[in-house]
Write a protein that binds this ligand. Structure first.
Ligand SMILES: C[S@@+](CC[C@H](N)C(=O)[O-])C[C@H]1O[C@@H](n2cnc3c(N)ncnc32)[C@H](O)[C@@H]1O
Length: 261
């Protein structure tokens, strides 16, 4: 399968809404925390790694992502962060990390039991793992996406696309982290994102969940337009604009903060 191509400009269109969960995660870090080695895994356009560097100027801050296009934007934000292209699936730091921050990235990887164990094991004593992932599987917009993708006319075009995995239960994440960590704090929140513009839920999904499908149709603009029109029709009917023109998107997210003992 071809790796999804990311589009930083499309992703950043809803930056205020996307940032909200990352900031809610950051305020849950321990108050007296002074990390020296910080990793932002799947750092995307880099705003959180840059923020962590401003907050902890003495620390070595590393922003890692598999998308060169996202990293190009990140590099323009801060030159005192160590940006690198890499794959979370094979990531192993040279020295134990004090903070591993992963906002809206780990949902792209399979096999969460070994993945989360490996991330916790990459922390030094007292190090913190802080993760946020969308709980999108059961949301209406993802159900409509799966319904559209499953239509016969797309079957051969999407044959090589690896569908995103469903998150495990909160209890399952606890069971993986508790043998290695103290203070395993897990919670979920549903945001009601207020989106502006035409077919806003489609535009939102074009920045993230649809990347593998749009990548598969790259080079076939007609098929891409037809696919977006089919899904867009369903989404605009399911998410009608309010009286003030806004579109409301309920979006549940799972948060985990755990400190290595
Ligand atoms: C939804 S964006 C989140 C970006 C950023 N963390 C934020 O909060 O804005 C997901 C990011 O994860 C990256 N990603 C997905 N799978 C990855 C992997 N296996 N290794 C490294 N980065 C990955 C993508 O390239 C993308 O930039």
């Amino acid at each position: 399968m071809t790796a999804p191509q990311w589009d930083p400009a499309q992703y950043s269109r809803f930056e205020a809404q996307r940032d909200r969960a990352a900031l809610d995660l950051l305020v849950r870090l321990p108050e007296d925390f002074a990390p020296r080695e910080i990793w932002d895994l799947g750092c995307g356009t880099g705003q959180h790694a840059a923020l962590l560097k401003r907050r902890h100027p003495e620390a070595g801050v590393h922003g890692m992502d598999s998308s060169a296009a996202m990293l190009d934007q990140a590099r323009a934000l801060a030159d005192d962060v160590d940006w690198s292209v890499g794959d979370i699936a094979t990531w192993a730091p040279e020295q134990p990390a004090d903070l591993i921050f992963a906002n809206a990235s780990l949902q792209w990887l399979p096999d969460h039991t070994p993945l989360f164990r490996r991330l916790a094991e990459a922390l030094g004593p007292g190090g913190v793992l802080a993760v946020q992932m969308p709980l999108s599987w059961d949301t209406l917009h993802h159900r409509l996406m799966r319904e559209t993708v499953a239509e016969k006319r797309w079957a051969s075009l999407f044959a090589d696309v690896t569908a995103r995995v469903q998150a495990m239960s909160p209890e399952a994440y606890y069971d993986v982290l508790a043998p290695l960590c103290d203070d395993v704090d897990i919670w979920s929140t549903t945001y009601l994102h207020v989106l502006a513009g035409e077919n806003a839920v489609l535009e939102w999904m074009k920045g993230t969940a649809l990347r593998p499908y749009l990548t598969a149709l790259d080079g076939d603009p007609e098929a891409q337009d037809a696919f977006l029109a089919a899904l867009g029709g369903r989404l605009s009917a399911a998410f009608p604009r309010r009286a003030d023109g806004a579109t409301l998107l309920p979006f549940p997210r799972l948060f985990l903060v755990a400190q290595r003992r």
